[in-house]
Design a protein around this ligand. Structure first.
Ligand SMILES: Cc1cc2nc3c(=O)[nH]c(=O)nc-3n(C[C@H](O)[C@H](O)[C@H](O)COP(=O)(O)OP(=O)(O)OC[C@H]3O[C@@H](n4cnc5c(N)ncnc54)[C@H](O)[C@@H]3O)c2cc1C
Length: 441
């Protein structure tokens, strides 16, 4: 009996999200004529995730409006989509991947763009009906289906996703509590002044933000979540006491677990502490012809500073898009052999009418200059935080300040060195354009 003919594609992309979709599209843009298949766990054609915690959750955008490409694009570009299918195993020597539908697919190059799965709580009740993550369309559809009967929402995690969900749900009239384990929201990603300003903004909109809060468990009734038991946060009453916060809906926004297990099992080097899969500045893993991009890729970032080190994972559209494009150019043979991933990281977050745009990486900063007024209450609607390290501008958080964002990027790109206090005064004065600093040196 002859062995079944094994299918083979020139480029196999694992993950039909932001990075995977961009890698395939960029290959065609680079005039790559070989065969391309994208294998994606989710049943949907590639769509944007950022609206999930913003306009899609709010019901302001239909699914068709968050597609990364029109539905017809994939067939037009001769990109095969195998959706609702997982890659379960990789054989790096044989250049094959096993899929959850039982098939084995050979590849010339593999682009691993599998992102990550939402980290779940480990306490009892974490899997009850009414406990949600915000990672996929299906997650948000499930939440939306429950919204009509929801009054009290408890959000675990004061990162961007939790806070964006808080903004949407409080605007929809829900009673929202945000529980953050650390002593400020956004602690992983922004400086303290921004955290305080956002805490204030949420409280002004009626959101109960509780810091230093430890979740004990999720309480249930008839298989549904009905409350969150917390060790009482310092900000809300007797310290150390336990309290059950009523909740018809619990949203868990405590980060992701990178989806890299099949690659690591195949022998790929992992990121530090098993965090993602390690790639070099050309998005190459330690396995031959295997690239990794986006949320799952632990990469050396030339814009990272400080004790955290330079190898990191970034969870942003910018990172997924830029790494995807670079990997595609290497595969298509259009990148110079010494080309490196050096893009300046950027990110955005919309909460209420505050549009935050971040440029650069602020961790490792040794000074923050507030540009404009952070204000008290809801007055200050436009300001920037400028982060310095060793007298150089390394990052900005710009709130309703698009010009600062654009001009600040130029300061970062130029590794602009502040020479004296007059420079600092100019940065702090919002009437002085940031670009004028470049002109004076
Ligand atoms: C709610 C939300 C809001 C966000 N807001 C912003 C924002 O405002 N700004 C910003 O810059 N970024 C934002 N992000 C982050 C941004 O969306 C991600 O950084 C980006 O989607 C990463 O792209 P990726 O291709 O690495 O992963 P994803 O887009 O997550 O795609 C990975 C895909 O691979 C699939 N997969 C996993 N394992 C396998 C497997 N073994 N086989 C096949 N498929 C697999 C996953 O199910 C998923 O569909 C947000 C993310 C979320 C969840």
């Amino acid at each position: 009996m002859s062995a079944p003919v094994q299918e083979r594609v020139d480029v196999l992309v694992i993950g039909a999200g932001q990075g995977g979709a961009q890698a395939a599209a960029a290959l065609r843009l680079q005039k790559f004529a070989g065969s391309i298949a994208i294998v994606g766990e989710e049943p949907d054609i590639p769509y944007e995730r950022p609206p999930l915690s913003k306009e899609y959750l709010a019901g302001e955008k239909a699914f068709e409006r968050i597609l990364l490409r029109p539905a017809a694009f994939w067939a037009e570009k001769n990109i095969e989509l195998r959706l609702g299918t997982l890659a379960t195993e990789v054989d790096a020597a044989a250049h094959t991947a096993r899929l959850s539908d039982g098939s084995t697919l050979g590849y010339g190059s593999l682009v691993w763009a599998a992102g990550g799965h939402a980290r779940r709580l480990t306490c009892s009740g974490h899997d009850l009906i009414g406990v949600h993550s915000v990672r996929s369309r299906a997650d948000v559809d499930r939440m939306r289906a429950e919204l009509e009967t929801t009054t009290n929402v408890v959000i675990v995690g004061g990162g961007y996703i939790g806070l964006e969900a808080a903004a949407v749900l409080s605007k929809l009239g829900k009673k929202v509590i945000v529980l953050e384990a650390l002593d400020r929201v956004l602690a992983r990603v922004a400086g303290a002044p921004l955290s305080r300003r956002y805490e204030e903004e949420h409280r002004a909109h009626g959101v109960d933000v509780r810091l230093g809060a430890q979740v004990v468990c999720i309480e249930e009734k008839d298989g549904r979540a009905v409350g969150v038991r917390v060790i009482h946060p310092a900000s809300g009453g007797a310290e150390g006491a336990e309290e059950v916060l009523p909740a018809d809906m619990v949203i868990v926004g405590v980060g992701i677990v990178p989806a890299v297990q099949p690659l690591i099992a195949a022998g790929a080097a992992a990121g530090t502490g098993g965090n993602g899969v390690l790639v070099d500045l050309q998005c190459r893993t330690s396995l031959p012809d295997v690239y990794a991009i986006g949320d799952c890729a632990a990469h050396p970032n030339v814009h990272a500073h400080g004790a955290v080190g330079t190898v990191m994972r970034l969870e942003s559209v910018q990172n997924a898009m830029d790494q995807a494009t670079l990997a595609a150019r290497f595969i298509a043979g259009t990148a110079a052999s010494d080309e490196r991933y050096t893009a300046i990281p950027w990110f955005w977050s919309n909460q209420y009418d505050l549009r935050l745009q971040t440029i650069g990486l602020s961790f490792g900063h040794d000074e923050v200059i507030v540009r404009g007024s952070l204000g008290h209450g809801a007055d200050a609607r436009s300001f920037s935080l400028v982060y310095l390290r060793e007298n150089k501008v390394i990052a900005l958080d710009c709130v309703n300040a698009a010009k600062d964002y654009v001009q600040g990027k130029a300061l970062i790109a130029a590794a602009h060195l502040l020479t004296d206090d007059a420079d600092r005064a100019r940065i702090a004065d919002p009437t002085v354009p940031l670009k004028s600093l470049l002109l004076t040196t």
